[in-house]
Design a binder for this molecule. Sequence first.
Ligand code: G3H
Ligand code: 13P
Ligand code: NA
Ligand code: ZN
Length: 310
Amino acid sequence: ALVTSTEMFRKAYHGGYAVGAFNVNNMEIVQGIVEAADELRSPLILQASAGARKYATSEYLMHLVQAAVESTDIPIVMHLDHGADFDICKACVDSGFTSVMIDASGLPFEENIATSKRVAEYAHDHGCVVEAELGTLAGIEDDVNVAHDKAMYTDPDQVQEFVEKTGVDSLAIAIGTSHGAYKFKLGTNPKLRLDILDEVAKRLPEFPIVLHGSSSVPQEYVKIINENGGALQDAIGIPEDQLREAAKGAVCKINIDTDLRLGMTAGIRKHLREHPDHFDPRQYIGDGRAFVKEIVKHKILDVLGSDGKA
Ligand code: G3H
Ligand code: 13P
Ligand code: NA
Ligand code: ZN
């Protein structure tokens, strides 16, 4: 069924696991993700960014998710990823999303509060839940490229006031994750600030925390891409053991997009390299879809711990 994340997060919080929020942009990505979650009996969040809505249109995305919901009995949330302002969030609430993110994290604290509060009021009046963000992630989000040294960790001293004043249902925090395939410099030892996460969790008992930018950039897929005509230099992600640790605690939602992109690309490149005579999109996109499914299964089983929780 299409649901909000309220019950999902309550169970995840107390069960010591997190729910994967996977970005969707086309039918095969939706299918790969949903087949994996269905087979492993995992709750699921499908999320669409502004870029996804621009690429596929909101109508196609909603209907793809609707088809997914009819194909399985696991609970599925339809979430807006990185809503830039009130109007985008309102449009998604109005078109049937069960969850929206208002990302006003680039605004000064008081303006972030005012914008997030306005979205929360509208969404709650329409049976939709809201995620907001405090702190700034490094990396590339849509067209905004936040330099690593400009990224700001979430200040635990601000989270209580923010949640109380806005009334949002979950909070994305910055503890060293970042968007995209190039999260860290080669040779560095990537470390999340799990101490900040602990401090935030103390200030917000039983409140669901969200991690963005949590792809691990699996090197086996980078290798397949590079061995089949690709050129990804020094792509590095978040070590899985640190995500596993975060999922055991207050983190209830972990966002993954880049790893699915790598899987889709690896499957397509490998197929076309091995079968230069093929030109039926079902053959090569089908292989991309199979890799997406394989990656989501791995996340559910080995990182999120959400298998069997549907
Ligand atoms: O946070 C960013 C997500 O990976 C979505 O990326 O805006 O290119 O669709 P996108
Ligand atoms: P990745 O780029 O690490 O997959 O992060 C995705 C994300 O945070 C979507 O909001
Ligand atoms: Na958790
Ligand atoms: Zn994000």
